[in-house]
Every structure is written in structure tokens, then in C-alpha cells.
Ligand binder design. Sequence first.
Ligand code: IVH
Length: 643
Amino acid sequence: MKPLQEMSVAELEKAIRRHNDLYFKQAKPEISDEEFDLLVERLKRLKADSPVLEEVGSDLSEGSGKKVLHSTPMLSLDKCYTVEDLADWASKLKGDVVVSPKIDGLAIAIHYDETGRLFRSETRGDGTKGDDITQNVREVGDVPERLAKGPIEVRGEIYMRLSVFKKKYQDNFANPRNLAAGALKQKDPKKTAEYSLNFFAYELIGMDLKEEIEKIRHLKKLGFTTIDTEVVPNQPEKLQAAYEEYFKKRDSLDYELDGVVYKANQIEDQTRLGASSHHPRWAIAYKFQGDAAQSVLREVEWSVSRTGVITPIGIIDPTRLSGASVSRVSLHNYGLMKNMGVSIGAKVLVMRRGGVIPNLEEVLEKTKKIVEAPKKCPSCGSPTEVRDDFLFCTNGKGCRSTRLGELRHFVDVLEIEGFGDKMIEQLYDTGYVEDLPDFFRLKRDDLLSLERVGEILADKLIAQIQAHRTVPLPLFLRSLGIPELGKHSSEVLTKQLRRLEKIREASEEELSAIHTIGPVIAREVVNGLREKSGTVDKLLQFVTLDERSLAKEGKFSGKTFLFTGKMAAMERGAAEKQVEALGGEISGGVTKDLDYLVIGSEGYKNRDKGNKWIKAESLMQKGAAIKILSEEEFLQMLESSPD
Ligand code: IVH
């Protein structure tokens, strides 16, 4: 894409259509939400009445699938970013405000007939009509098939719990929202069911109630899981405090939220304010800003990854972000960097969004010193090449950085300890280890000839290598460093095909037919395994594959947990979900078979012993192997060791 400023109206319209389609219909975005918003803002400025602006946000499919007209339009929410704008909006209301989290999922409507039976459900679509997804919605958690009475229409948000996403999909999918969108559009409802989606209800149509909060109470009574909703007095500081509270607890929730929604609690207020053609005037979303700062870009460094991609890293004047000093920022990839118009000396906006290294979000003031891609690989000097948005080293296996990255990845995945970056560099530069199988050929004397390696260390390293000669198949696959063959795909392939031989023989078509694999992963895996076939053959001379079915589910498999007392860092429900996500079970009470009793931080500090604690201690005196953990110890367990 060209820089925004140089794009014509026609080009903007074309780009917006394409990215809207990628995001909403195919759930495969190629640019970030922020970049998309920038395109839309630019088009609004140049041509406010462009028909393309009407299409933004539509997830209506183009196929022949059944379309359903909504009973009333499904609008979107107006957005604001400052407390002043929020207060401005609130000043129009007479009554209180209700506050709820803005869930990053997909809006749907569900219809129940006179007998209370679910008979239809559809997506938001273009706001007027949506795609019929009735059979798939029946497979979503928290959607009752039958209510005590009807007729009634319920609207809400379909989402994927973060614990589910982290457990199964994190390695291969960009975010839970797009995955949930894909899951909901499956032709076969059984496939939808496999994704364990959930539903939060927030709207009830077909009952005459006076307050928004009554709708929520009623939905709860009907058996829905409602969106967390609270009534707040209409005062700017109270509204701001509600926002801050969500912002703080955001990391402990099991769903992704991108802001807070404020609605008029009085239906009278809602009716009086009405709606524009896009959004109701009685509701507004206050979007999270992320932690942002301004700085100046001084330099761009290029780093070569194990797959041969050369990525740009920005060096900025040190600035503070979430309490830490930051001087290196991610410039994503070559294509994005170019589109943003990154230049030396430019004033830039940097932001942290969860990742370790913050992102350069936007170039605020450009200079003339545009950054060009290096013509030669910074590691090996070979020519570089641009493919799609990425810059590659064309040397492939010959590039030192790529090789070092691969070797490093191999020992990391197999958990062969003691091989840090410096050690791997020495081994590579001396020629002892040039490819993965060479680790197993290393001799004590080879190691002793390296700098700073004594007998004790040499023996330890040899022992480590020997201890890793039986490798579970999924780890073996992942250790090869083939793009797309990460944790999830390796496990799925092992589960489906069970033996390495079968996986190596499979064609692209066969692999892409496997659920969650798809054509892109299939192609990378087939090509990768073909390219690495020499390495794989040699590795097999040294390692024995453990091809039994998958190892245990998670690090808490077979363990039971029980929580008591108020926790400080997260809600109990979130803690329980994390345990389950790691394979553990939540116990119904204190029994001799309980493994861990976790005491919330306050109670633990005050040694304030409740019934569960007392009972656990008495069982322990009789020989039960219960462990009592403080909340802090539990959090450490969550973070420690791989799952
Ligand atoms: S109320 C006019 N409450 O955000 C629609 N929507 O941008 C009123 N959303 O289509 C909807 N969390 O999919 C409402 N707590 C919440 C929400 C929420 C997420 C979604 C919903 C809607 C979109 C609008």
C-alpha cells in the first residue's frame, strides 16, 4: 500500500473494501485495526458520502447462504477516546448510566418462539440483514436451547474465552475474535462446537421494561450469561472511575475487551435520544488507549530471523512506557514500515500492547530521510529480496543468523539446557555444529576446545544432549523450525497422523483437510519437510521418536484445586479457568484427595482461617497430602515452567 497521503479516493475505497472483507468476512486481516481506522478516517475526510463507508463493518457473506432480515437494525456503537467527550455524551441523559465491558467478539441475534424454543439466529451482517447461523449457534456455550417462555429476541456477543485461545490456538491464530468469526461460519455445526465458543447476552427485545439493568436481570433469570453490567451515577468522575477499574482488571479477565460501553439506564432516555443511521445516541464506547508515548526515531536496525526474514527494529530516544524505559521498538515488517513512511528523525508514537517490545504505531511528523531496505543481508552479505511485505535474505541455509536462529530454536524446543547464544555462536563459527544433527555428534573434547568451557560444563552439556535422545513427536516436529509448524500444528498433526512417516508422506491436500490446519499451513509444512528431509533423516540416526499419543494436557493435569477467600490479582472465576486451561480440575470441596487449597491474598496475610482452611489442616494431620498455597504462590505456579 502507498502512504495514506498519496492515496486517491478510488484507491482508498478499494483498499477499505478489501480490508473490510479480509477482516469481517474471511477473518484474516492483513493490517492492524488502527491502520484500517486510518484508511476510513482519511476517506471520510476526502469523501464523506462515499458509499464504501456504509459497507464498513459489514460481515455479511457473499455466498448463497440464507440471509435473515433483523427485527430492528443492529447498529454499531459510537466511539470516544477522552473523558471530556464521554461527559459530553452523558450530559444529554436524565437518569443513571449502565457500564459494561466492550467485548471484542461478534454480535448476533437469537430468536425464541412462543413456546420458548430457539428457532433462529443470525449474525449482525450489514446491520439490516445477517447470515443465518441457527444450527451453529446451538453449539455455543451459554446459549439455552429452550426458555421458560417466549416469544423473545436476545442479542449479544459471541466470543472465545482467552483460556481456550491460549490453550489451543495461540501459536497459529492472530486473535480470538477472528478465530471465533471463522468458527461461527463453519458449514458443519460439529466443527463450530469444537471451538468451545461462549456467549454474553446484553440485549432483550420483546418485553416492556423501564430500565436497561432490568433487561440484564431478566436475561439472567432466563438462564443467559449476561454481560457484566453495573449502574453508575451520571457524574464524570464516576464514569471515569468505571473505565479505570476495567482497564486495571483487564488482564485478569478470561475475555478480550477493547473498551467500556456506557448506556442510558432509563429506557425513557433511550427513546428520547433515538439513533442515527449508524448508532444509537443513548450508548457510547470509550475505547482503551493502550500505554502510549512520543519519541524520535534515530536509527533502524535489521535483524535476521531463523526463517530468513529480515525485520526492522527502531531505535528511539529513550522514553518511558508502563514504568519502563524503552529505546527499541518493533517496526513490524518491511512493508508496514514503508507504508507508515518511517524516516530518520521523525516524531513517532510508540505503544505497548501486551507484547515485550513495544510497537511503533504511527509516524506523527516525517522527515525526508526515508528508510530504505538494505540491499544486502546484514548477517551474511547476500542479496536481499522483497516478497509480499517481507524482506528476505536470499542465502537460505548459508546465512549465519538464520542458522544460529535455527540451532537456538532447536535446543529451546527440546529443552536442552546450557546452550546460550554465545555458546551456539562459538559452536557454529568453529564448525562443530552447522546443522541440527551435529549437536548429537559433539564430543567432550570439542567442547573443551571452546572458550570458557571447563570439564564440568563440558560433561554437563554432553549429559544434557544424551538426556534428550528420546523426543515426543510433536516436539520433534516443532524443533525443526519450519514456518507454521508451531506448537498447535505439531500437536494436531501428531494426533491425526500419529507417525512421522505418515506426516512426511502427506500431500498438501491431505494436510489442509485436517481441521484447523488449512492450505497455508499445509503448504509450509509440506515444503518445509521436503527442504529439511536431509536434516530429518540424519536426526533420526540419533534420536528415538516417542510417537505415542500426545503428552499430558497441561502442567496441572491430574491435579485438583480449590480456592477460598477474596483474591487480589484476579477474580476467582478467572483463576479457576486458568487452572482448567492447564489441565487441572476444580474440586467441589475440601477432601483428602484435594491437591491444592489456594487462599486469597487478604485472608492469607491475616492468617484469617475460614472453614476450608481449617478442614484442610485437620485432614493434613490425618495424612492427606493437601498443599496450602498463598495467592502469590499460586500465581508463581501459573507462571513457572512450561505447560
Ligand atoms: S450494546 C448499538 N454492549 O460492539 C449496539 N455492544 O460497536 C448496542 N459490543 O455490535 C450494543 N460489547 O457487537 C453492547 N457491552 C456491550 C458490547 C457490545 C461489545 C459490540 C456489539 C456491537 C458492537 C458495536
